[in-house]
Ligand binder design. Sequence first.
Ligand code: ADP
Ligand code: ADP
Length: 232
Amino acid sequence: MIELRHLTKSYGKGTHITTALNELDLSVEKGEIFGVIGHSGAGKSTLIRCINLLERPTSGEVWVDGVNLTALNTKALQTERRKIGMIFQHFNLLSSATVYDNIAFPLRLIHTSKSSIEKKVNELLALVGLQDHSDKYPAQLSGGQKQRVGIARALASEPEVLLCDEATSALDPQTTDSILKLLLDINKRFNLTIVLITHEMHVIQSICDRVAVIHQGGIVEQGAVTDVFLKP
Ligand code: ADP
Ligand code: ADP
């Protein structure tokens, strides 16, 4: 479902170049939950932002669902990006919009009819357990509820892939577990491919099928979570 080929990303120029990713190769299968773990500065955030081209790689290719995203023009990329949802550490909700309008936002962008939006948003509210909160504003919600809105918004376009950028790092342990459980439910229900980055081993061990360890912009180890972390 996702293939990164010889991906390199450098920031800066001249004598001030930082190479965040160095000829990195990675492949993620359809329907799996794939975790990337590493210390701060290892390149996790750059890696996940390259998958939907929020960050343009310096060289290399990004393939999602059989399409080489790095070869597309802006318009074609916009269409392909609907297959890729994303959630963030700090939720990135619109603070002046209600829960309902936050979730409806991506559907309005693609001119979905009002009745289809209403049906879809109500389905998504039920999916994430926020039926009774649709008229609230983000400031009236807990961290876990905000991330549920983020998840519902990311799923509005029925993506094939969900990218999670430190999605539970701002949450307490109990809330983290409830969000991880929701991600696992969604993964099973829609056969949704999930890629998550984290610095927390617990997140990897509780829901990931496979894991890659990233260090200085390269993958130093990868495999089934049980093989990589639970060896005697
Ligand atoms: P992580 O998410 O694992 O903490 P990042 O991908 O954020 O790692 O960073 C990888 C490296 O790239 C670090 O050395 C970081 O300082 C550098 N870096 C990240 N973003 C930028 C940027 N916008 N400009 C310059 N350097 C950056
Ligand atoms: P069907 O093939 O009958 O549509 P699905 O299990 O694919 O069955 O979908 C059931 C419901 O879930 C539908 O309302 C569909 O719009 C929604 N759905 C399917 N895939 C996703 C997804 N990746 N994200 C969010 N909603 C989805």
